[in-house]
Ligand binder design. Structure first.
Ligand code: PEP
Ligand code: MN
Length: 463
């Protein structure tokens, strides 16, 4: 198999390897560096034509929207807003249906109403949606019953079915990812701009949730929100204005062939924007400062996130700030910590202290999912709801003790009634996995678990 840490087979940094690609100094410097977690498809005859086509297709998001998001995240970095980022671990082409997309958007909006009330702050709503198709893997291969095939790397690279044809890396999948992202975004824009997101309807959905006896402990908070909405109504609040919400798209910027091809020069500012999503993050496995991902993302104007696991040293964090946010611009850089419930209280304080002492104003977000993955006795990749909640609590405790702002929540969740994470008020047990486990990658909170988390976090925020 290919050594994934060796330099990629790409053209040197002198210019874009693809005619028609946006030209801007430094946009191809990553090609000189080692790059992890990439497909082995550069020699495929369809590679160059696909990248060329992607380079000329319309942008999926617009530079002006990206700038709005940066200013919203700047508010969060300053303690004046809270970020809610949620969606699948891995989106699939097959699951990009109207029902599933609307259920996920609906769940994020429901969570956001509860969090807005708890935090008494605006909540920035962002999906791990419309582009979350590429996955880093711990191994290049997968073996089943003595047969070894390339690992599944997400629908943008290969198929999930365990056959040689499906597991082949296919550049044409990048075009399918583009079009699936476009249709997903189209639906999200319709839902969030067309009246579906009306605050009063979102609140009605939450009432349905809390009338379930298992959730009686949230009744007080739900009642308080109800009273607040009635109060607004009697004050003559303009509910028409609350019929639309801002909703942003994000994904892990893993596949640099795709991200580079989707980069355009903004006609207003003359600067490069990666138009595949509003917000892009660098994963825990690809945040090496000497490698390609950090280099490429340092060149685009989008707000950038970096996942930080328990082995992150303060020096790593400071060097990431220097490279990705040299101008110390609030909203530019978000650190998404994913330490694990057992580590967060021990590891996070030193990082936050050193970063704060450096004068940088990053946005701190908790991902309570990726440090808490375990295998159930019956063999499923899962997470305990209690561990997830414990990491969120630890995140709040650490920031409260240091006087810094716990600015957001990043979760793997779905609007569907799946069984992938254990526990919750309407508990999921491992037997339920046999029929209810749908994720092709990491386990997600289901609809009820997601709302329960929102109520728990809102309770913590309002204390
Ligand atoms: C993910 O967000 O799905 C992921 C792989 O996370 P991390 O990079 O934090 O492991
Ligand atoms: Mn994941």
């Amino acid at each position: 198999m290919t050594d994934l840490t060796s330099p990629a087979k790409h053209a040197p940094a002198a210019g874009p390897s693809v005619p028609g690609a946006a030209v801007y100094p430094g946009l191809d410097d990553w090609r000189q560096l080692p790059i992890a977690q990439q497909p082995t498809w550069a020699d495929s005859p369809s590679f160059a034509p696909v990248v060329k086509e992607l380079s000329t297709l319309p942008p999926l998001v617009f530079a002006g929207e990206v700038d709005v998001l940066r200013s919203r995240l700047a508010q969060a970095a300053q303690g004046k807003a809270f970020l809610l980022q949620g969606g699948d671990c891995a989106e699939t082409f097959e699951a990009a249906t109207a029902d599933k997309i609307s259920a996920r958007v609906k769940t994020i909006l429901q969570m956001a109403v509860v969090l807005t009330y708890g935090a008494q702050l605006p909540v920035i709503k962002m999906g791990r949606m419309a582009g979350q198709f590429a996955k880093p893997r711990s191994s290049n291969d997968e073996t089943r019953d003595g047969v070894t095939l390339p690992a599944y790397r997400g629908d943008i690279v290969n198929g999930y079915d365990f056959t040689p044809e499906s597991r082949q890396h296919d550049p044409a999948r990048m075009l399918k990812a583009y079009h699936t992202s476009a249709s997903t975004l189209n639906l999200i824009r319709a839902f969030t701009q067309g009246g579906f997101a009306d605050l009063r309807s979102v609140h009605e959905w939450n009432r349905g949730f809390t009338s379930n006896p298992a959730h009686s402990r949230y009744e007080k908070l739900a009642k308080d929100i109800d009273n607040a909405i009635k109060f607004m109504a009697s004050c003559g609040a303009d509910f028409e204005a609350l019929k639309t919400v801002e909703f942003f798209a994000s994904h892990e910027a893993l596949l640099l062939d795709y991200e580079r091809a989707m980069t355009r020069i903004d006609s207003r500012t003359g600067l490069p924007y990666d138009t595949s999503a509003h917000f892009l993050w660098i994963g825990e496995r690809t945040r090496d400062l000497e490698q390609a991902h950090v280099e490429f993302l340092s060149r685009v104007r989008n707000p950038i996130g970096v996942k930080l696991g328990p082995n992150t040293s303060p020096d790593d964090a400071l060097r990431l700030i220097e490279k990705l946010d040299p101008n110390r611009e609030p909203g530019r850089l978000t650190f998404i910590t994913r330490m694990g419930a057992n580590n967060i209280r021990e590891k996070l304080p030193n990082l936050v202290e050193k970063v704060t002492a450096s004068g940088a104003q990053v946005l701190w977000v908790t991902d309570p999912m990726h440090g808490n993955t375990v295998t159930s006795p019956n063999g499923y990749k899962t997470r305990n709801f209690d561990d997830v909640i414990d990491e969120v609590r630890g995140f709040f405790e650490v920031h409260q003790a240091l006087g810094t702002f716990p600015g957001g929540l990043h979760v793997e969740m779905t609007g569907d009634d799946v069984a992938e994470c254990l526990g919750g008020a309407d508990p999921i047990d491992q037997e339920a996995f046999l029929t209810g486990y749908e994720s092709v990658c990491d386990p997600r909170l289901n609809h009820k678990q997601s709302l329960e988390m929102a109520f728990l976090v809102a309770g913590a925020l309002s204390q």
